[in-house]
Design a protein around this ligand. Structure first.
Ligand SMILES: Nc1nc2c(ncn2[C@@H]2O[C@H](COP(=O)(O)OP(=O)(O)OP(=O)(O)O)[C@@H](O)[C@H]2O)c(=O)[nH]1
Ligand SMILES: [Mg+2]
Length: 465
């Protein structure tokens, strides 16, 4: 990626497809001037103040051909997203139309923007810190309203503020340590490194690092697979979760062959739900392939709901499969092992049917038809996947592995400081650890950054962001 340049870049900001409107974003030095020359109203656009919309016809100056009737959003430096001069083109959402405009821009002084380049320029111009830059992409990627809300909170600066609050404290401590190092003969009587303050800083950072699991959960979500023998009611339960008649349900054994997946929202947690082929011994080639694929889905799933047909009861085949998923048949035999592993939720289906037998211990009774027990099932799923410590809505939650790793680095450095204090390690040695913690925090917000760090952050972005 090219850094610290303000050459003119352009990229579609909306997906290429049929829509009412499409937005093409441009930014860089003399952006307004260059674009004005590609319209039928060059003077008006050239003279436009920032923050204004101008209507114009885009015209290919070589052929004189009109390309589209558009609105141009003109932004003057530094009052733009990137901090540079910038123009947004609102054109019709036609695939060939957008492609033609882009081709014209690329021919007439604009370069195709790299992924994340607009946001990187915003960061380099000092408009946003790195946590907010990452939040931009996290907002775009969010899959549920709750995930979106958390990312928006980060864009508002919640993570940056939390980091900077701790960092300011540590910098103040460091300043006192520096005085002590410069004038060791002066007995000030105060301890330059108050252990309480270091402890409080470490706790705050640990809490933020710990919020990563929550951030990940609401952003990345979980893979939830329905499994069981044929006719257990997997497809029926799948449809119940989706609230639509998506998968084929039938009394014929082996109905589902290819697994089906669908995205659902469970209390703000984005869930990818899989309906799979019923597990049984079969000589039939296609069904056998379906079962092979099912086992792959089960291996990759975060949670497996294993359904048993309650009207049939628990069969030997069921217990074999359950055991392969980590279930322990007889709890009395081995009490050290939990009877149900974290990844497995045994479900007893068809409780609405009068022939349904009593659910054995550890099985959740439900009916995919009457929906009885479904709420309890949802709560069980959520309890399994959500971290024990629920965070309050207002506390910042991180969703960046980069931020989590740097927080952990700062925490480790502060632990060293604490250890040094209890063991009377010379203050100059302790100061190094303190400096390391401050440095790690600076890297999170981007105060300390290198080209490599920026590449790692912005490469995951979409083009036009
Ligand atoms: N009474 C009752 N019948 C159910 C329930 N769930 C499923 N069934 C019936 O059981 C039969 C099999 O249901 P499916 O949902 O197709 O079962 P499956 O596990 O997807 O089966 P395969 O795709 O063959 O593996 C159908 O006749 C359903 O109507 C339930 O909760 N109660
Ligand atoms: Mg099925």
């Amino acid at each position: 990626m090219i850094h610290q340049q303000n050459d003119r870049i352009a990229a579609p900001a909306t997906p290429l497809g049929t829509a009412a409107l499409a937005v093409i974003r441009t930014s860089g030095e003399d952006c307004v001037h260059t674009l004005a020359a590609l319209t039928d109203r060059p003077e008006s656009i050239r003279r436009s103040p920032g923050g204004r919309l101008r209507r114009a016809m885009l015209v290919d100056p070589d052929s004189g051909r009109a390309l589209d009737d558009v609105m141009l959003g003109v932004y003057r430096s530094p009052r733009s997203y990137t901090g540079e001069e910038s123009v947004e083109i609102y054109c019709h959402g036609s695939i060939p139309g957008v492609q033609e405009i882009l081709a014209l821009l690329y021919r007439k002084g604009f370069r195709a923007a790299e992924p994340g380049e607009f946001t990187m320029r915003a960061f380099l111009a000092g408009k946003i810190d790195l946590t907010r830059a990452e939040a931009v992409q996290e907002i775009v990627r969010s899959r549920t309203a709750r995930g979106h809300e958390m990312a928006l909170h980060r864009l508002g600066g919640s993570v940056e503020e939390a980091i900077n609050a701790v960092k300011t404290d540590l910098v103040n401590v460091m300043a006192r340590v520096a005085v002590q190092l410069d004038y060791p003969e002066e007995e000030t009587g105060e301890i330059p490194l108050p252990p309480d303050q270091i402890l409080a800083a470490r706790k705050a950072l640990e809490q933020l690092a710990g919020s990563y699991r929550t951030g990940r959960l609401y952003q990345e979500g979980v893979r939830l697979a329905l499994a069981g023998r044929t006719n257990a009611g997997k497809s029926s339960l799948f449809n119940a979760f989706l609230k639509e008649d998506r998968a084929i349900v039938s009394a014929t054994h082996g109905t589902t062959r290819d697994y089906i997946e669908s995205a659902i929202d469970l209390d703000g947690v984005p869930v990818t739900l899989y309906d799979t082929a019923g597990l049984r011994r079969t000589l039939e080639e296609i069904e056998g392939e379906g079962i092979r694929r099912t086992t792959q889905v089960l291996e990759a799933a975060d949670l497996v709901l294993y359904l048993v047909d309650g009207t049939e009861g628990l069969s030997g085949e069921d217990t074999d499969i359950l055991e392969s998923l980590g279930w322990v048949r007889d709890r009395a035999v081995d009490r050290t092992e939990p009877p149900v592993p974290d990844r497995l939720v045994p479900v007893w289906n068809k409780t609405d049917d009068p022939r349904c037998k009593h659910a054995p211990a550890g099985f959740l009774p439900v009916s995919a038809v009457s929906l009885h027990g479904i709420n309890t099932l949802v709560q069980t799923i959520l309890a399994r996947v959500t971290p024990e410590t629920r965070v309050a809505e207002s506390t910042p939650v991180i969703d960046s592995l980069r931020q989590r790793d740097l927080l952990n680095r700062a925490v480790t450095a502060l632990e060293e400081v604490e250890r040094g204090l209890t063991r009377n390690v010379p203050i100059d040695a302790i100061a190094l650890d303190l400096q390391e913690a401050i440095h790690a925090l600076g890297e999170i917000t981007g105060e300390v950054s290198s080209a490599d760090i920026l590449d790692a952050v912005f490469n995951g972005f979409c083009v036009g962001k």
